[in-house]
Design a protein around this ligand. Structure first.
Ligand SMILES: [Zn+2]
Length: 348
């Protein structure tokens, strides 16, 4: 063995430095970086080994053996350290992702249907077995669908009564669901029975009015249609909705341009016998408007009013919801206050 002591010590120092660096690596990535730096082709250790070929031939085996031992030891040390770091990172991961099964789950609020949706669905459920199908129409209507075809004369004050939101000269945000009657008559053939629920818009806002609210419109057309059928249908519907077999429905004469004769209909107060605050001591509660389809409406859509008759009725959904759920202010429906809406979640 004739390795110069000085060079041997230098290499052994390098060996210790590399071991110490490996030892200081805090993770596998860092350890690998050290390996590349200290054992790679351009590292001082590799360069020193390459010089063996410049040594006298008889000295080379001893140098070779020496370097092999150094590299072998570093390899072992590296693998041992790598295993150690890998275990450490696994332990940290397990610790971080550990679940405490005794902890309560995250609090989540279950969603529930809006009371307005509930009322609309209840109404649809009553009418569907009677053969009514559901129709919808656009929120932005032309003046013709919203007024003219429903027999509102031009410049007639009844157009102003509805506090219309105009969009340009000839379009409006629909003020009622009645335009769906016209669209239905244009697209379907009699006999027909349709129900049209949806949002409507009027420039009005207070405790009992909202600029956006919901109506439901019913239309039935056949060869012979009578007021008695209209009253029977409304009576059947309202008895089921309020779950009151003794409920009475009454008609009061009224005026709507698109029905003739026209009536407003009331129900006997489902909350009292002799008058209460809901019915304002009258024992009757106003629900909506109705009537037989005006011959002029048939004429606007090219239907022969001598062959066909029909009845139509409409009502405000919020008004019904206020009665059904005893809610004091219509605006509560649209404020999205979770405390208010939560009260309906138990209804399924
Ligand atoms: Zn009452």
């Amino acid at each position: 063995m004739s390795i110069p002591q000085k060079e041997k010590e230098r290499i052994e120092n390098l060996f210790e430095q590399i071991k110490s660096s490996f030892n200081q690596a805090e993770n596998e990535k860092k350890l690998y970086d050290f390996k590349v730096k200290f054992l790679g082709k351009k590292s001082p250790l590799s360069i020193a080994r390459k010089k063996i070929k410049d040594y006298p031939i008889e000295k080379r085996p001893a140098w070779g053996e020496f370097f092999n031992k150094i590299f072998e030891d570093l390899d072992h040390f590296y693998l041992k350290k790598q295993k150690e770091l890998s275990q450490k990172s696994l332990d940290q991961k397990i610790e971080k992702e550990a679940m405490d099964l005794s902890l309560p789950g995250p609090y989540c609020i279950a969603g529930a249907k809006h009371p307005i949706t509930r009322v609309i669905e209840s109404i649809i459920k009553i009418f569907t077995p009677l053969g009514y199908s559901i129709q919808t129409g656009p929120y932005v209507e032309s003046d013709w669908y919203n007024f003219s075809a429903l027999n509102f004369p031009p410049f007639h004050p009844s157009r102003d009564l509805q506090d219309t939101f105009y969009i340009g000269e000839n379009h409006v945000l629909r003020t009622h669901t009645s335009p769906v009657q016209i669209r239905t008559l244009q697209s379907q053939k009699a006999p027909l029975a349709v129900l049209a629920p949806g949002a409507v818009f009027r420039a009005d806002s207070d405790v009992s009015h909202s600029p956006m609210f919901h109506q439901i419109e019913g239309l039935y057309v056949n060869k012979k249609v009578s007021l008695a059928e209209l009253k029977g249908t409304l009576s059947y519907f309202l008895k089921h909705l309020f779950q009151s077999s003794k409920m009475k429905v009454r008609f009061r004469p009224s005026f709507f341009p698109f029905t003739e004769p026209s009536a407003e209909y009331d129900i006997s107060c489902p909350f009292c016998f002799k008058g209460c605050s809901v019915c304002k001591k009258s024992t009757w509660i106003e629900i909506g408007g109705c009537g037989l389809v005006h011959p002029e409406v048939f004429r606007f859509v090219d239907w022969d009013s001598t062959k066909w008759q029909g009845f139509a009725f409409g009502l405000g959904i919020e008004r019904l919801a206020i009665l059904l759920f005893n809610i004091p202010d219509i605006r509560l429906f649209f404020e999205n206050d979770i405390r208010f809406l939560n009260q309906f979640s138990s209804l399924g």
